[in-house]
Design a protein around this ligand. Structure first.
Ligand code: KIV
Length: 277
């Protein structure tokens, strides 16, 4: 695998050529594996709140946590394009601070781009961040930071009126200069319409196969998040029971005196030992 960073332009040029791959990562070891597997983009998602920090809502993480984890990810990554997910407080609660906070992802955490979820001032904020020279990935459909306003964690765009709204939002974000757009929990036909209409790639999560690419949360595909599993998730491996078994074996062997064995142990020569005794 070539060890050169993928650029935003390369992501744009993949549209219509081959599907784009994206996974989340929040720490050094998993980011390193995702990168080595050749995944095009890594999202340091605010899903950090749920799958790593045990919080209920993504609105409960802030810049301190996001920058801390984004730094661990970029330390590991040699090739994938790294996207920092702007947390709720950094641009929705504080639209005036959005550019400063987006710049922290680029300058401090060494991310290549940021992602912003749709909200009522989304166009205004996105324009400012793009104007500051920062590549922006949009995010429409089910936007977890404002799920309460959307009637909860539900599929979006299931009737003509809301679907038209999504198509308009997608067009506006492309016009502003977003380089890609996440479509979350959108009917596959609507995702297909948006994908056809846009020149920038669409990255689906629960939006069917018609998108230009797919993103999932790494803890979901590895079976490391046990609290709930959304319909759109495919578990490629179920690691939690395997890890639990290994930990239980360690416990049994320590209590039973089987670990550490000879091969895990350092020794001293009898001559040196005699000098002490
Ligand atoms: O935070 C996240 O993991 C996300 C993806 C679900 C797209 O925003």
């Amino acid at each position: 695998m070539e060890e050169r960073k993928i650029t935003v332009n390369e992501i744009l040029s993949l549209k219509g050529k081959r599907k784009i791959t994206m996974l989340t990562a929040y720490d050094y070891p998993l980011a390193s594996l995702v990168d080595r597997a050749g995944i095009d983009m890594i999202l340091v998602g605010d899903s950090l709140a749920n799958v790593v920090l045990g919080l209920e809502s993504t609105t409960q993480v802030g810049m301190t946590e996001m920058i801390h984890h984004a730094k661990a990810v970029t330390r590991a990554v040699k090739r994938s394009l790294v996207v920092g997910d702007m947390p709720y407080e950094s641009y929705q609660v504080n639209p005036d601070g959005s550019v400063k906070n987006a710049l922290r992802f680029i300058n401090e955490a060494k991310c290549d781009a940021v992602k912003l979820e749709w909200f009522d001032k989304c166009l205004e904020v996105t324009q400012k961040v793009i104007h500051a020279g920062i590549p922006v990935m949009g995010h429409i459909g089910l936007t977890p930071q404002t799920a309460d306003k959307l009637g909860g964690f539900k599929v979006q765009g299931k009737d003509a009126e809301t679907a038209k709204r999504l198509i308009e939002q997608a067009g506006s974000l492309e016009k502003l200069g977003c380089f890609a757009l996440v479509l979350e929990c959108v009917p596959d036909k609507i995702a297909g319409l948006i994908t056809k209409k846009l020149k920038i790639p669409t990255i689906g999560i629960g939006a069917g196969v018609n998108c230009d690419g797919q993103v999932l949360v790494i803890h979901d595909i590895l079976g490391l998040f046990e609290r709930y599993t959304p319909k759109f998730v495919k578990k490629y491996i179920n690691l939690s029971p395997m890890i639990l078994k290994a930990i239980e074996e360690f416990k049994t062997e320590v209590i039973g005196g089987e670990f550490p064995a000879r091969e895990h142990t350092f020794s001293i020569s009898q001559d040196e030992l005699n000098k002490i005794e």
